[in-house]
Ligand binder design. Structure first.
Ligand code: GLN
Length: 322
């Protein structure tokens, strides 16, 4: 296996150098001013296998803010705190086919519930359902879950939080709309403060790979079989990642890559390859979590080189769940 690992490591390094040139086709997010400072040439990947294999290449040590990937964490935590039934009564599980921050489709749906927890409307509604009266109280169970998964407590990047807070007109509009239609269960300002803070949690690709690994293993830590996320909640999170995780490019991602995934505008992607039943020869037949970081984005807000890299890896290692 050690030899196997060295050999696979060389492949992953080659793939990073090949796909790095695609970063030129994208642009870093600029609607949150501080995100515009990211280096568009960066591309990094971490792959953590349930078999203990670890592959890392490219810029793996650059911290970045979790952004929309936090929607997976807040939804999981809300399900754990409030119950799955409670959450699914209040937020739907259907892809929108619209941009992540779309407000139009909300209006058209009038009083029906937000489409899904991974677009801003649904995510802000979910955050309002977290228990607690202050943003710190609401964030606490998210930090506790991250601490259990990662083995350390990540921090909020205060500069990104402030930048996001001060450039948040669209999210405020969504918040007011949720308030009007009865889908906001906490004070609007507290909810938005919580949402901007959760988006500003700083992580690395290793952290994304580790979260992905736990999800691939249905919520259990493969090292010691401890349950970190209830199996039912992990399953729902993965179904939502597959159908809604890449915004309005989710269908293409499912078709060409074929694994549950979630992206964020800072250029992170978390991809989850669950265990496979066939072909013992494949390196990750027992499942793996993959973290990618590539801040140059395509027009949907997904890492442009990151998606291509994942597509290539998924086809090389037959990761598609289909
Ligand atoms: N904080 C960002 C926002 O709400 C997250 C969006 C994203 O990553 N797509 O605008």
């Amino acid at each position: 296996t050690k030899q196997n690992q060295e050999w696979l490591q060389e492949y992953v390094e080659d793939w990073i150098s090949f796909y790095r040139k695609h970063t030129k086709e994208g642009k870093v997010a600029s609607y949150i001013p501080l995100l515009a400072e990211a280096n568009p040439d960066h591309l990094g990947i971490s792959i953590f296998g349930a078999n203990g294999m670890t592959l890392r290449a490219g810029e793996v040590d650059i911290p970045f803010t979790i952004q929309s990937i936090s929607k997976v964490i807040s939804f999981i935590v809300a399900c754990m705190e409030r119950g799955v039934g409670y959450m699914l009564d209040r937020v739907d599980v259907e892809p929108t086919g619209e941009a992540f921050n779309s407000i139009m489709h909300l209006e058209m749906r009038k009083v029906e519930k937000p489409f899904n927890p991974f677009v801003n409307a649904g995510a802000i509604s979910v955050t309002s359902m977290l228990p607690g009266r202050t943003s710190d109280e609401k964030l606490e169970p998210m930090f506790q879950l991250l601490d259990r998964i990662l083995g350390y407590r990540p921090q909020i990047n205060v500069d990104v939080y402030e930048s996001e807070r001060d450039s948040s007109m669209r999210n405020r509009a969504i918040g007011y709309y949720l308030l009007e239609t009865g889908f906001l269960e906490s004070d609007l300002n507290i909810t938005l403060e919580t949402y901007f803070k959760q988006c500003s949690i700083e992580i690395t690709v290793d952290d994304l790979a580790q979260i992905g690994l736990i999800l691939a293993n249905d919520g259990e830590d493969p090292k010691n079989q401890q349950e970190i996320i209830p199996r039912q909640v992990a399953r729902i999170a993965k179904a939502l990642m597959l159908t809604c995780g890449m915004y309005d490019a989710s269908g293409k991602f499912a078709t060409y890559v074929g694994v549950p995934a979630k992206s964020g505008v800072s250029g992170g992607i978390i991809a989850v390859a669950p265990p496979r039943v066939r072909d013992e020869e494949l390196p990750f037949v027992d499942g793996c979590g993959i973290g990618v970081f590539g801040p140059a984005l395509d027009d949907k807000g997904n890492s442009i080189a990151g998606i291509r890299l994942l597509r290539h890896i998924a086809s090389q290692w037959d990761l598609s769940i289909f």
